[in-house]
Design a protein around this ligand. Structure first.
Ligand code: BG6
Length: 509
């Protein structure tokens, strides 16, 4: 397809200026939920913003038997249903005009031969060899199979063009599996061809953590154990597990969110300033943070972790069932829908600062935030009487919703007396920038096609994340006691308070 004739879009907000080589993007798992809800709409929005290369083609691969036209119809419907902007039918038609579909089992080399033929026909039609990006958005058990088949069929390497593999999460379900998958992937591709997705890195607010820390001189002098008392990272969701019991009941909150998204937030918060924002400079600094977190010892797991399951309750004003009553969840399931941890980063900058992490489904509201609490002032010369008190300053980076950053300060209450109460200085994306942020997947798909890996996790990062989480998963799996419960729609289990040391308290959800 040629997108140049669609003309530059006046609404384009910068993504379009980045050079992207002509690319054939192949989506494995093309009829799955992720492809339909996220990937196809993201690609449409890139097309709409004029961010795709002049020559760009999409090929869907999946097991379902379907014609090109049937898949085109499915893709158009998905985009109409899930795009963040109402689709412009001209752009949509242009994007899908040359869409191909290859049906076949992921271990069937014949399907890869069909794919190879399609790729070469598209190159011929474009009059030039085009870069290839293989997006693996299938169930995780097929990642190795597909990588192996791409290698065997000769599609993984090319002398002429860049070939890249984009791999969805979860990247393994344990350290051993992550290592095995890395070994397989790196026997076929080189690390600089591999783009492991953690969609949190595609969020504007997550990238802003780096801008905030490294574009403002005022934070760096305070960003250490001398001034920071503790840090809380919260990823709370109000929704339950919906129809995902098949996946979720084998994963649980720790594997689903802590091992990847929350660990990434922690690394961005704690990393040393990178020399440049080139992929390996940033990832070298991030992985050092993970290396500074000790592997939890079996005997300390009870003190540093809490898990729980939601019981029946009220969410959004409606009565909702508990985790064990959700469709597809075994009534005796021991899978946690809530996980909280206390970790330490043992290096010169952070030693002794507790990092509290918590995540859960069916909590009181959806909020993802990082709250950095500074040490209290050393001496209070103010009257307490009638004052709301001097509280330690707190810097809160809200990843979602209400994206922004706020800093709490003590201020004088107007009047004859010296009474203090906390006030907030706030920056909100919604008011500071008029433009709508792109979806995380838009940025990530574009970056992968550009070969820009800063926002993707490297093999050593993924393995270090698993090294930290693995002993906790194993201890929980071996523990047959009933899980603490929290009512759906509440801030979570009371047991999470036991993680708090030095009088610290969880922020209200
Ligand atoms: C996914 C998890 O990785 O992230 C889901 O599998 C979770 O369980 C989702 O709901 C949260 O993402 P977001 O972008 O809505 O915060």
């Amino acid at each position: 397809m040629t997108l140049t004739d669609l003309g530059p879009n006046p609404l384009a907000q910068g993504l379009e200026r980045l050079p992207v080589a002509p690319t054939n993007l192949v989506i494995f798992g093309a009829t799955g939920d992720l492809a339909r809800r996220k990937l196809l709409p993201a690609i449409y929005n890139l097309a709409h913003e004029g961010a795709l290369p002049g020559h760009f083609n999409l090929i869907g691969v999946s097991r379902a038997q379907m014609s090109h036209d049937e898949y085109r119809e499915m893709a158009a419907e998905s985009i109409r249903a899930f795009s963040r902007t109402p689709p412009d039918e001209n752009v949509l038609t242009g994007l899908l005009a040359e869409l191909r579909y290859v049906s076949g089992s992921f271990d069937d080399l014949e399907a890869y031969r069909t794919l190879a033929r399609a790729l070469s026909e598209l190159d011929t039609a474009a009059g030039e060899p085009m870069a290839r990006a293989f997006y693996l958005s299938t169930a995780p058990e097929f990642f190795s199979v597909i990588v192996g088949a791409l290698g065997e069929s000769g599609l993984a390497q090319s002398e002429q063009v860049a070939v890249r593999a984009i791999i969805e999460k979860p990247f393994g379900t344990s350290l051993a599996e992550a290592r095995e998958l890395n070994a397989k992937v790196l026997s076929v591709f080189s690390e600089d061809q591999v783009f492991r997705i953690d969609h949190y890195l595609g969020k504007e607010t997550v990238q802003n953590m780096m801008a905030f820390r490294f574009a403002n001189g005022m934070f760096e002098p305070l960003w250490n154990r001398n001034y920071i008392a503790h840090v809380q990272i919260t990823a709370a969701e109000d929704l339950g597990i919906g129809s995902r019991a098949g996946y979720y009941d084998h994963a649980g909150a720790l594997r689903d969110l802590v091992e990847n998204h929350m660990m990434q937030l922690l690394t961005l918060l704690c990393m040393e300033p990178p020399v440049t924002f080139a992929a390996n400079d940033v990832r070298d600094e991030k992985v050092k943070v993970l290396h500074a977190i000790r592997t939890p010892r079996p005997e300390e797991i009870e003190q540093i972790s809490v898990r729980a399951q939601y019981g029946p309750g009220v969410s959004g004003g409606e009565p909702v069932v508990g985790y064990l009553q959700e469709d597809g969840v075994p009534p005796d399931s021991h899978t946690e829908s809530y996980a909280a941890l206390r970790l330490e980063v043992d290096n010169w900058r952070w030693a002794g600062v507790p990092f509290y992490l918590r995540t859960g489904k069916r909590l009181a509201r959806k909020v993802t935030e990082i709250a950095v609490t500074l040490r209290p002032v050393p001496h209070l010369a103010f009257e307490q009487d009638g004052s709301l008190g001097v509280r330690p300053n707190q810097l809160v980076m809200t990843i979602q919703p209400n994206e922004g950053v706020s800093l709490s300060l003590g201020a004088k209450i107007p009047g004859a007396r010296m009474r203090i109460r906390p006030v907030n200085m706030e920056f909100l994306y919604g008011t500071a920038f008029i433009s709508q942020s792109p979806e995380a997947y838009e940025r990530l798909i574009l970056d992968a096609m550009r070969g820009e890996a800063t926002l993707f996790t490297r093999n050593d990062e993924v393995e270090a994340q698993w090294r930290i989480c693995d002993p906790i998963v194993s201890a929980w799996e071996a523990d047959a006691r009933p899980l603490p419960q929290y009512a759906a729609g509440t801030p979570g289990p009371a047991e999470a308070d036991t993680l708090m040391i030095d009088g610290h308290q969880w922020r209200a959800i």
